[in-house]
Design a protein. Structure first.
Length: 334
């Protein structure tokens, strides 16, 4: 049975670091995922209200298909300013595409944002939203170890009518092949079964990583959108007001189209952990990255191994969603 890596986190993939910046006054934050070089990547978007930047550059039919960093942020459209900061800082370091001698380096820094503008924090920022500042801070905080829960981009997240958060998980598939996920859970759907205690993701839990609760007896799962009236009163039934932001990564050598396939498969992890998922109100977005360290072979063997990576990525996504909410609520209870 595959087990988590040493950190049970995205940074079990060598070459990745993660940094948070959290503004408790505004009740928002930014999370930056930095690669140690340019990495192959793609993206799959299933939610009906996404907010992002440079996602088209990661489609297999387009140029580039690589990135130097990835940004998740609160703040809805204002949060995209965090990616501007990260791009500027990396360019100064000389990180990015070099298209002409003497010209600035051009970092590819895709981003995805969540809506946390109605969570009660001080959003009266006028002409100076905090996200550029938070982008610089998060990049500067990049490290192998990082916090989970209501931190970084997960600071103002909600999961249904409860507090959401940022989670991560990994799986070691052997022979150097590692798969991992980082998730910011802000979905309109519920991460809990009707008992309010058991995560939908419980079948994939490893070693009690999100509390170990198990369903007891029969439960009525017929309600397609639980807590509908409360969601409406909270203003969450609006396009773009909710989302699950995901990055999955592996040590495999994949091309952009293969990363796209892994991202598509990893979306299943959202559907396993959130009910319902991919609503018109959500912006569910999954990025897939590949470090290129492990060769997969060719022919049918290669396709089978890509399928194994995608399946493991979906499992990691489901676990990461539950871990993020669990850690956020546990910290709040403490």
């Amino acid at each position: 049975m595959p087990l988590p890596g040493p950190r049970n986190a995205l940074t079990d993939i060598p070459g990745l670091t993660v940094g948070h910046a959290t503004d408790t006054r505004v009740d928002t934050g930014v999370t930056v995922i930095r690669t140690d070089s340019v990495w192959t990547a793609s993206v799959d978007i299933r939610g009906g209200g996404p907010g992002g930047r440079e996602t088209a550059a990661l489609e297999p039919e387009n140029m580039v298909g690589q990135l130097h960093a990835l940004v998740f942020a609160g703040g809805s459209v204002f949060g995209l300013g965090a990616a501007d900061a990260v791009a500027a800082a990396l360019s100064v370091e000389g990180v990015g595409l070099h298209l002409k001698a003497g010209a600035p380096a051009i970092p590819i820094v895709p981003a995805a944002v969540l809506h946390d503008l109605a969570n009660g924090g001080d959003k009266h920022w006028g002409l100076e939203p905090p996200y550029r500042r938070l982008g610089f801070e998060a990049l500067g905080n990049s490290a192998s170890d990082f916090a989970l829960g209501a931190v970084g981009a997960g600071r103002g997240a909600m999961a249904g009518v409860l507090q959401g958060g940022l989670g991560s998980a990994s799986l070691d598939l052997g022979d150097g092949l590692m798969v991992a996920a980082l998730v910011v859970a802000n979905p309109i759907g519920s991460v809990y079964m009707p008992d309010g205690e058991t995560f939908w993701a419980w079948p994939w839990e490893i070693a009690g990583e999100f509390g170990g609760a198990r369903p007891q007896g029969d439960q009525d799962c017929s309600d397609p959108i639980p807590e509908l009236s409360r969601l409406d009163s909270m203003g969450r039934l609006q396009a773009g007001a909710n989302t699950t932001l995901v990055v999955v990564a592996s040590t495999a050598r994949l091309n952009t189209a293969e990363c796209k396939r892994v991202a598509i498969m990893a979306q299943d992890g959202i559907a396993r952990a959130v009910r319902p998922a991919h609503l018109p109100f959500d912006g569910d977005t999954v990025f897939a990255l590949a470090s290129g360290a492990v060769e997969l072979g060719s022919g049918a063997q290669r396709q089978v191994r890509i399928g194994s990576i995608g399946s493991a990525a979906a499992d990691c996504v489901a676990r990461a969603i539950a871990r993020g909410v669990y850690e956020a609520r546990r910290a709040n209870a403490g």
